[in-house]
Design a protein around this ligand. Structure first.
Ligand code: NAP
Ligand code: GCO
Length: 265
């Protein structure tokens, strides 16, 4: 049956920062495909709140607090998942932050914090779960990259540097772990309607006009658009896809832009 390609029954999936936004959309779709969903966050409040949301889709999400930037915390959290749920078969390195500050104004501590969460943390968590995936000769790692893995733009230097690095860290994980039947890929969302982009999307923000002209699909993406791509990369259907970044951007990366007018030239 074609649906078997996307059947995740018996699999344990960890989505870091999966209490809302893109991470929750991924958790919901992988849960509907049969995976046991685990999500972490920084605060118990966020985790408690997300349980009811997941339950609306019939998903009994396993939640725990750990900071993805802290190696000891990650080890404690993953050990708890392994003890109480099982070996992590699917890791989605989704947790991320952004700081929109011009380079010359950005304190170095802010820059380092973005790099820590968006680039170093995916490595910390992947290093903790990969050994058991290697031992079982099976595993899926999905690193949440961005169209900013290939583009820069004013004020997001730390974020773009992190996401650019994550693209190549994904490639390097592939070089070292693909031989053990691990598939390590990235997802590169375009502009998605979440709390992270709310400041540049809501209340008539002019950035919204730029996104509309740069996105051939003519809309902001929804978290579910990204979730659907994650289902492909988490399933058997992508067993020979490796080191790839799947862009979910409504065509932004294919588009230089156009001048609005009679012929939209
Ligand atoms: P979001 O709403 O800001 O969610 C990010 C999540 O990560 C939050 O739940 C946050 O927890 C968690 N988190 C942050 N730091 C953490 C840490 N140290 N330990 C554990 N959890 C941590 O973002 P989103 O828009 O859903 O984006 C999710 C991912 O997609 C991010 O990696 C983002 O860079 C990427 N992305 C987003 C877009 C977009 O347009 N939205 C486009 C491309 C890529 P708290 O809420 O408790 O801080
Ligand atoms: C921004 C946005 C973007 C998106 C995303 C685009 O300020 O430009 O937040 O960075 O989050 O990464 O792919």
């Amino acid at each position: 049956m074609i649906t078997e390609l996307f059947d995740l029954k018996g699999k344990v999936a960890l989505i870091t920062g999966g209490t809302h936004g893109i991470g929750m959309a991924i958790g919901k779709v992988l849960g509907k495909a049969g995976a046991k969903i685990c999500v972490n966050d920084l605060t118990q409040d966020r985790l408690d709140a997300c349980k009811a949301e997941y339950a609306k889709d019939g998903i009994d999400v396993y939640t725990l607090v750990f900071d993805v930037t802290n190696e000891a915390d990650v080890d404690r959290g993953i050990s708890q998942i392994e003890k109480e749920v099982g070996t992590v078969d699917i890791l989605v390195n989704n947790a991320g932050i952004i700081k929109r500050i011009p380079i010359l104004d950005m304190p170095m501590d802010d820059f380092r914090q973005v790099i820590d969460v968006d680039l170093v943390a995916p490595l910390i968590v992947a290093k903790r779960v990969a050994p058991k995936m290697i031992a079982q000769r099976s595993g899926k790692i999905i690193n949440m990259c961005s169209m900013m893995s290939v583009y820069g733009r004013n004020s997001v230097s730390a974020y773009a540097a992190a996401k650019g690095g994550l693209k190549l860290l994904t490639a390097n994980m592939t070089c070292e772990w693909a031989k053990y039947n691990l598939q390590i890929n990235g997802i590169g969302p375009g502009y998605i309607a979440t709390s992270q982009t709310a400041p540049i999307r809501e209340n008539g923000h002019p950035f919204n006009d730029l996104v509309m002209t740069r996105t051939p699909a003519g809309r902001w993406g929804e978290p579910e658009d990204v979730g659907n791509a994650a289902l492909f990369l988490a399933s058997k259907a992508s067993d020979f896809v490796n080191g790839h970044v799947l862009y979910v951007d409504g065509g932004i990366l294919a588009n230089f832009g156009y001048v609005k007018g009679e012929n939209d030239i």
